[in-house]
Write a new protein. Structure first.
Length: 324
């Protein structure tokens, strides 16, 4: 693409690089406008003999066409695209769910010259028609080679973003306490936990109250699994204070394996995550009784769409993990 001043008599087919203002101070012609024969005398009437315009090379693709092609290249399931305007295409969710972002592909796409793609934070909860990303090409045209490189990136690394649908996970809540503290635990923990689950499309299928005893926790885990629970959240009068505390022991006695105890997130450092087969078991820190964002909120959306969260995933929460 070449940018240069062109005599208006020879400007038909050229693309205006800058706006042209009328005598009233308003835009008479917008940047990106393709000059047609009928424009020549109108531009001359504005006191111009030349226009600053772009002449495309044979392998250049105009901004709107390039934006649409790029958007279609990077987009995955559950997303619809807006019409292009000024090299911009917006992305909207078509269903309730959570935004999946392929971080590697997203970074590679943004490393391409004159291509920008911005998204919501990954695992954001979305609803139909929610804007989740925007793509903008920089400049009036892109070389075909850049579009082909984007296609190679996606071919090698996968789509940059998609929507994971709500899966209506069946969740059991187990609350533990001393005999004297049980009523207080029920009053302060039940509603915040239940609300979190239901807001993310989950269904509470059981809510059990047990004394702080590893054997009781073990038997309750068996019981809620029999009720069809696909996920278990355990919280109690006191946060888990050691990897061999009562709650972790009860989980292990029930056949669970501890994935991680301790998260680089505040509030929520005392998070525990375990699995019994494919069933995640969260040992929630005491801050779960507050609706303020904590470590549980950073992993719960992923668990709700069936992803298996690993120790490495929890470690990655460190950057941005100070939520205060």
């Amino acid at each position: 693409m070449q940018l240069k001043n062109i005599l208006i008599d020879k400007s038909v087919g050229a693309i205006l690089v800058h706006n042209i203002m009328g005598a009233d101070g308003r835009k008479a012609f917008s940047k990106g406008h393709v000059v047609v024969a009928g424009d020549v005398e109108k531009i001359r009437a504005l006191g111009r003999e030349t226009v600053y315009a772009a002449i495309l090379d044979a392998d250049d693709v105009r901004e709107d066409d390039a934006a649409v092609r790029l958007a279609r290249t990077v987009v995955g399931d559950g997303i619809e695209l807006s019409k292009p305007s000024g090299g911009r295409v917006n992305f909207y969710s078509t269903l309730p769910g959570f935004l999946r972002v392929n971080t590697d592909a997203l970074k590679r796409i943004n490393e391409l010259e004159c291509v920008t793609l911005a998204t919501l934070e990954r695992y954001s909860a979305v609803v139909p028609k929610k804007m989740i990303a925007t793509l903008k090409t920089i400049g009036l045209a892109l070389p075909e080679s850049i579009l082909q490189e984007a296609e190679k990136i996606v071919g090698a690394r996968g789509k940059a973003l998609s929507i994971a649908p709500v899966q209506n996970q069946k969740v059991a809540i187990i609350l533990t306490a001393s005999a004297n503290g049980m009523q207080k635990v029920q009053e302060t923990f039940s509603l915040p936990i239940r609300t979190r689950i239901e807001e993310l499309g989950g269904q509470v299928v059981a809510e059990a109250y047990v004394l702080e005893n590893a054997n009781a926790i073990q038997e309750t885990i068996y019981s809620v699994l029999d009720s069809g629970a696909q996920m278990i959240m355990i919280a109690g009068e006191t946060s888990i204070m050691d990897a061999d505390d009562i709650t972790p022991r009860g989980i292990k006695q029930a056949g669970g394996a501890i994935v991680v105890y301790g998260a680089p997130v505040e509030p929520g450092n005392l998070l525990l995550l375990a699995y019994r087969g494919n069933v995640p078991i969260i040992g929630a820190p005491g801050c779960i009784k507050s609706r303020e964002t904590n470590a549980v909120d950073l992993i719960l959306p992923r668990l709700m769409i069936g992803e298996r969260v690993t120790r490495a995933d929890v470690v990655e929460l460190a950057e941005g993990g100070l939520l205060l």
